[in-house]
Design a protein around this ligand. Structure first.
Ligand code: C2E
Ligand code: CA
Ligand code: CA
Length: 735
């Protein structure tokens, strides 16, 4: 079945409206033409019936009289016939004139007439010589005669002639006036003609002179009928015209409505897909390369949170209006959804388009002096199409939505950062998209079949080398995809929303493990679990966590919640509420990845956190002159002043451990001590050197053997480093 897209709905509506107008126009035109044709036909046949019949009867009468004659007595009959007062001719069967009276008919141009009611076909001859003479009852005859005479004699002063004098004059000039006395009697148009009547006997023909008399009333009737018809037709045509104009106007309105974006008042996505395709398919545009661009306003959500949705939309309008100024002929821009814009831009080369987009972005970043905005653009290049002879041909089968999707995929490669940027779509992205799809397809089943495993990465006290905590990190052992590290699927889950299920899964499993280990007599330490920012929109997040942990039966102090720094940008108040609730339930809360993104000093001020996790970047960057050490040292001091414990992540070498120990860092989570490990291995770690606040507990759990084991491990890893002179402020971070 054909999919009902916006595009097809729009096309349907358009088609229906046009078809309706065309059909009604054709219908009305057909009806009007029929009405006109039949009215004229009816009138003409009425005229012929009523006017011609009379004359035909005279001719028939003469024929009947003629029939009565025999050869010998013909002259008498002719005398009788002459008394009727009509000119006539008798033709024999070969068409030869055997008798004539009065004027002679011109038989060269016979016409056939049909008398409708009698279904009779009559042959007539027009009197070409005389034509039509109009005679008016109140002496207008004089005028007409005068005209004729003027034409004949070119004389000006004939006004003094009486009617009789005119006639005399004309008679003397050989102008026949024998019809005039008939005509003089009323206001009539005389159409003189000859009627031919077959004579039954001897195949002769009688031709009789006739006058078709049409008087003023007939003419008036004819004109009235024609006028009425014309009015009806005109009204219909006007109606259709008005209807069509209204239709076009309505269609324009509907089209505008269909194609207008409610936020920016510019064109919308629907227009973009329909007109964009048409534009790209045009022969003239086939020679150009185009870039289909997906542009995202990165800080839109935060802007709306800080201000209002109305202010946000106002900002979108400004963004739209600013870009529109840069749009050239054959290019397009629309607002798509929430903070996204779509564009079709000419693309001579990718480098040139990239520069242009950066220029646009630079302008957009400064659109509001009070804010630092960022924009990310993804581009899918629509190349020219060529035939086998390498000649550019018209594009076929452009799928704008698909191209836009590709542009979005390109843009999403930038989404790990909050900075502006431009990225182009390439085949690697297709692979990534396929990967995303397979992850999405398998995620539910993986969760159900417990394909996800909890790995534990221990956290050690750098001063005593005691185990003081651990972080739970997910691993996926997929039958279809093999072993998958979290970096390859967590960002996908974060985008598609599945991450909340993962967070639940991890908290539940960690709580169950902790409870079991406690029951088995292990000296447990708090295990932190990552909770993604997507989860923080849920108001009852703290309650959910509490209930899950309670269900497993684990004491709350053994569970810690890690929040990433970026989450602190969303809804700060909701965040503070959730943190306070978690703390009131006895869970420690830590800020993960401190120092990796935007400065979060401000969030430290507002968030009542227990632990600060220094991001691994601190220990990996190319710091010079000991600046990195200064920053770390100050961060630890800051945390201490805020009564927070510190955890350094990603620590790999002994020098860093020593330095951090010297600075008073509470814990180290890094490969120097241990990589994330399966629960079984972690259990062994718990058996070894565990931090125990209460002395009695420590004596119970920490066996001497275990303590010796962990010490020897650490000694092994760090023996090289220990030989070096250790100064707290020396450059211990790789440059
Ligand atoms: P993270 O929360 O910052 O986790 C620390 C990451 O650093 C872990 O990577 C860990 O293996 C790695 N790491 C620790 N010490 C060192 C070191 O000395 N050197 C190096 N090179 N790496 C070290 P992992 O396990 O691959 O996890 C990556 C990220 O995936 C995590 O970063 C976290 O953001 C996410 N993630 C992992 N498990 C979960 C989970 O259960 N839930 C959620 N929401 N996210 C998770
Ligand atoms: Ca973490
Ligand atoms: Ca981290």
């Amino acid at each position: 079945m054909k999919e009902l897209t916006n595009k097809s709905i729009y096309k349907n509506i358009k088609k229906k409206r046009i078809t309706g107008t065309v059909i009604s126009f054709l219908l009305v035109t057909a009806i009007a033409s029929f009405a006109f044709y039949f009215t004229v036909r009816f009138f003409v046949s009425y005229m012929l019936e009523s006017k011609f019949k009379q004359e035909y009867e005279i001719a028939e009468y003469l024929e009947r009289v003629y029939e009565k004659s025999d050869k010998s007595g013909k002259d008498d009959i002719y005398t009788v016939m002459k008394e009727v007062g009509r000119d006539f001719m008798v033709l024999d069967k070969n068409g030869k004139v055997i008798y004539k009276y009065g004027k002679e008919a011109d038989l060269s141009n016979p016409k056939k007439l049909e008398l409708g009611s009698d279904e009779k076909e009559i042959i007539v001859y027009e009197n070409a010589e005389k034509g039509i003479v109009y005679i008016d009852k109140d002496g207008d005859l004089r005028m007409n005669l005068k005209k004729i005479m003027k034409r004949l004699y070119d004389e000006e002063a004939l006004d003094d002639y009486s009617d009789e004098e005119y006639m005399e004059k004309m008679n003397s000039e050989g102008i026949e006036l024998e019809t005039m006395d008939v005509a003089l009697k009323d206001d009539t148009i005389m159409i003189p003609l000859w009627i031919s009547v077959p004579v039954n006997k001897d195949n002769e023909t009688l031709i009789v002179r006739a006058f078709l008399k049409i008087n003023e009333n007939d003419l008036i009737l004819f004109v009235v009928i024609l006028a009425a018809l014309a009015i009806v037709m005109l009204t219909l045509i006007i109606m259709i015209f008005v209807r069509t104009v209204l239709n076009i106007r309505r269609q324009r309105r509907v089209t505008n409505y269909f194609f207008t974006d409610v936020v920016t008042k510019g064109k919308n996505w629907m227009w973009f897909t329909i007109r964009g395709e048409q534009m790209l398919m045009k022969r003239g545009n086939a020679k150009n390369r185009f870039g289909l661009v997906s542009l995202a306003f990165i800080n839109y959500r935060n802007y709306c949170l800080c201000h209002s949705v109305q202010d946000g939309e106002e900002m979108l309008r400004k963004v739209h209006d600013l870009i529109v100024k840069d749009i050239k002929k054959n290019e397009m821009l629309v607002h798509n959804s929430s903070a996204n814009f779509a564009m079709i831009l000419l693309c001579d080369s990718e480098e040139e388009l990239k520069m242009r987009l950066y220029e646009i972005i630079r302008k957009l970043e400064r659109i509001d002096a009070g804010h630092r905005f960022a924009f990310q653009a993804g581009v899918s290049v629509i190349d020219t199409e060529k035939n086998d002879n390498d000649k550019i041909i018209k594009r076929k089968n452009i799928d704008i939505e698909n191209e836009y999707n590709n542009a979005c995929s390109a843009r999403e490669t930038l989404s790990s950062s909050d900075d502006s940027g431009v990225a182009f779509f390439d085949d690697k992205l297709v692979e990534e998209e396929k990967w995303r799809d397979s992850v999405k397809e398998l995620q539910e089943k993986a969760l159900k079949n417990e394909e996800f495993q909890v790995y534990y990465q221990p956290k050690y006290d750098p001063r005593t080398d005691e185990l003081r905590g651990a972080e739970a990190l997910i691993r996926w052992q997929s039958p279809e995809l093999g072993f998958v590290s979290p970096g390859r699927f967590i960002p996908i889950f974060e985008k598609n929303g599945f991450i909340t299920n993962i967070d639940h899964y991890m908290i539940k499993h960690v709580a169950i493990d902790q409870k079991r280990w406690l029951d088995e007599g292990y000296k447990c330490v708090p295990v932190s679990v990552n909770v993604s920012r997507a989860h923080f929109v849920e108001e009852d997040l703290a309650e959910q966590i509490r209930d899950m942990v309670d269900e497993a039966g684990a004491p709350h102090k053994y569970i810690e919640i890690e929040l990433t720094e970026s989450a602190f940008f969303d809804d700060k108040n909701a965040m503070v509420t959730t943190i306070n609730k978690l703390k009131s339930y006895g869970f420690a809360v830590s800020m993960d990845d401190f120092g990796s993104g935007y400065s979060s000093l401000n969030s430290l001020k507002d968030m009542p956190l227990d632990v600060l996790k220094l991001d691994a970047e601190f220990f990996r960057g190319d710091s010079q002159d000991g600046r990195g050490e200064i920053v770390v040292s100050e961060a630890i001091k800051l945390a201490k002043n805020l009564k927070m414990r510190t955890v350094a992540e990603g620590v790999e070498v002994r020098e860093q451990v020593d330095f951090l120990a010297g600075e008073g860092c509470d814990m180290i989570q890094g490969y120097y001590y241990a990589k994330p490990m399966p629960a079984e291995d972690y259990k062994d770690r718990m058996k070894m050197h565990v931090y125990t606040p209460e002395v009695s507990d420590a004596a119970e759990v920490t066996s001497e053997a275990a303590s010796a084991a962990v010490s020897s491990h650490i000694a092994e890893v760090t023996s090289e480093a220990e030989n070096e002179n250790t100064d707290n402020r020396r450059n211990v971070f790789p440059g």
